[in-house]
Design a protein around this ligand. Structure first.
Ligand code: FES
Ligand code: FES
Length: 157
């Protein structure tokens, strides 16, 4: 077992983990952040996307030990109290989800995309989210939501 200290959604956690434990398992099973979900076993779907030091990563393709000393943000850490993050609000308003399974990963990937490119074109949004799959094929409204979030963030600046 290896001892790791990881800050998750602003709280520091120190735990003993097996070296082979995946970050997504650590987040869900040890820390209890079940908002981050597992949608595949091939690193393809993006449902498990979180931010590691602000960068979007698929948490099923990162070992928990690799997060030692780093900061993780999950979908559960985005809202400000009762106030949804602008990207969460836009997904809600634009009906950008059906079953909702892909949504945590889609939102985390969208936030990272907008942090890098605050005013993306439709093509840039589709390209930026190509690592995230939606089985309900709700891509049209997901793109609209990212555009709406970009607009809301620009208005707030
Ligand atoms: S669960 Fe990580 S990419 Fe599918
Ligand atoms: S809303 Fe169902 S998988 Fe995307």
């Amino acid at each position: 077992m290896t001892r790791i200290t990881v800050t998750v959604d602003g709280t520091r956690y120190t735990d003993e983990v097996e070296p082979r434990m995946l970050l997504v398992q650590y987040l869900r099973e040890t820390v209890g952040k079940t908002g981050t979900v597992i949608g595949c076993d091939t690193s393809n779907c993006g449902a498990c996307t979180v931010h590691l030091d602000g960068q979007s990563v698929k948490s099923c393709s990162v070992l928990a030990v690799q997060a030692d000393g780093h900061e993780v943000t999950t979908i559960e850490g985005l809202a400000d109290g009762d106030r949804l993050h602008p990207v969460q609000q836009a997904f809600h308003e634009q009906h950008a989800l059906q079953c909702g399974f892909c949504t945590p990963g889609m939102i985390m990937a969208s936030c990272a995309l907008l942090a890098e490119n605050p005013d993306p074109t439709e093509d840039e949004i589709r390209h930026g989210l190509e690592g995230n799959l939606c089985r309900c094929t709700g891509y049209q409204n997901i793109v609209k939501a990212v555009q709406a979030a970009a607009g809301a963030q620009a208005a707030a600046r």
